[in-house]
Design a protein around this ligand. Sequence first.
Ligand SMILES: O=P(O)(O)OC[C@H]1O[C@H](OP(=O)(O)OP(=O)(O)O)[C@H](O)[C@@H]1O
Ligand SMILES: O=c1cc[nH]c(=O)[nH]1
Ligand SMILES: [Mg+2]
Length: 209
Amino acid sequence: MGGIHVMDHPLLRHKIDYIRRKEVGTKEFREIIEEISMLMCYEATRELKLEDVEIETPICTMQGKELAGRKLAVVPILRAGLGMVEGILHMIPAAKIGHIGLYRDPETLEPVEYYCKLPADCDKREVFVVDPMLATGGSSAAAITMLKEKGVKNIRFLCVIAAPEGVEKMKKEHPDVDIYIGVLDEKLNEHGYIVPGLGDAGDRIFGTK
Ligand SMILES: O=P(O)(O)OC[C@H]1O[C@H](OP(=O)(O)OP(=O)(O)O)[C@H](O)[C@@H]1O
Ligand SMILES: O=c1cc[nH]c(=O)[nH]1
Ligand SMILES: [Mg+2]
C-alpha cells in the first residue's frame, strides 16, 4: 500500500518558496530544482532495502551493508521532469534513466502521450517517476499507468509541488504508489494551474514561452 509523504523540512521549504518568486530566472530556477530533487531523493530512498556484505576496513573485517538488488531507475515526465534528474543522479549515480513524454492539452487538461523509452529491465527495478508539478494528476497518473502496463511494480512518485486535486486522483488510481511531495499547495485555478504554485515548471526550467 502506498502513502502520501508531504516533506516537512525547513531547507526544502525555503528552496521551494524561493523559486516560486516570479523574478527568479532560468539559471537559478534550474539549479535550485536540482538541489530540491537531491533533498527529496534522500527522503524518498529511506525505505530502500539493504543487504549484508563483508568488507575489510584498514583495521579489520566487518559485516557491512549495501543496497540490495538491482539499482533504481529514474523516469522523468518530459519536459519538466528532466529538471529533477541531475539532482537524483548526484545521489544515485548508477541509476538507469527512462523517459515518458506527456504534455497537458491546454484546453481539456488531459495528458497527451508522445514518447516512452524505458530501461530494458525496468520491471525488475525500483522506479522513481519524477515531475515537479502534480496539478490535476492526469499526467502522473497516465505515466504510472504506462509503467504498470509494461510490468513495473515498484513505483514511487516525486513532485515538488502538489495540488490536493492531483493527490486525490493519484490516491484513487494508484493507491499502491508512494507519493513524495515537497509542498502541498492550496488548489487549482480555472486553467488547471496550481495556486499559489510557481507557474509553468517546464517553461521556467527551459526558459520557453
Ligand atoms: O497534473 P497535471 O494536470 O497533468 O499537470 C501537471 C503536468 O503539467 C506540466 O507539464 P506540461 O504539460 O506543461 O508539459 P511540459 O513539462 O512539457 O511543459 C507538469 O510538468 C506536469 O507534467
Ligand atoms: O501549475 C502548474 C500546473 C501544471 N503544470 C505546471 O507546470 N504548473
Ligand atoms: Mg509545461
